[in-house]
Design a protein. Structure first.
Length: 146
């Protein structure tokens, strides 16, 4: 069985909005995530950082994001290090998966969900260290088309 998690991380508060299922992630789940983000009623501009997965970079998702005033920022290929949520996934694997045995699927999925849902409280110090907004810049680099 699968337990899929699609999440949006608030880069400041480190809170996570989650959409989960036990089938597959599709554009439908991405749209559900966008709706959950919009329902927060934040009064600031929202930028959602995404990789280039087909289910994220499709017309239905882009049109919904536009209608909800959510900017979609697609990262270059092969650059997960630029997406803060990848650091959160790493922490969740460390805390919930490595060296752990779960008797059944329900326990397994609950542990992941609870870890993600409470991470901003239970693992605040680690998240403050992991989820910094400092990225290395290369001022004298050239972009070359290959």
């Amino acid at each position: 069985r699968r337990f899929n998690v699609l999440g949006a991380l608030n880069a400041i508060t480190h809170e996570v909005i989650l959409v989960t299922n036990d089938t597959y992630i599709t554009a439908t789940q991405v749209c559900e995530l966008l709706e959950k983000i919009a329902a927060l009623g934040l009064m600031i501009p929202i930028t959602l950082v995404l990789d280039n997965a087909r289910y994220q970079k499709c017309k239905i998702v882009e049109e919904l994001a536009l209608s909800l005033s959510i900017e979609l920022l697609y990262l270059p290929s092969y650059s997960p290090n630029l997406n803060l949520i990848e650091r959160l996934w790493k922490l969740v694997k460390k805390k919930c998966l490595y060296g752990k045995y779960y008797e059944n699927f329900s326990d397994f999925s609950s542990a992941i969900y609870e870890c993600l849902n409470d991470a901003h409280l239970k693992h605040k110090k680690e998240l403050d260290s992991l989820l910094t907004l400092r990225f290395q810049k290369f001022n004298k680099s050239q972009i070359m088309n290959v």
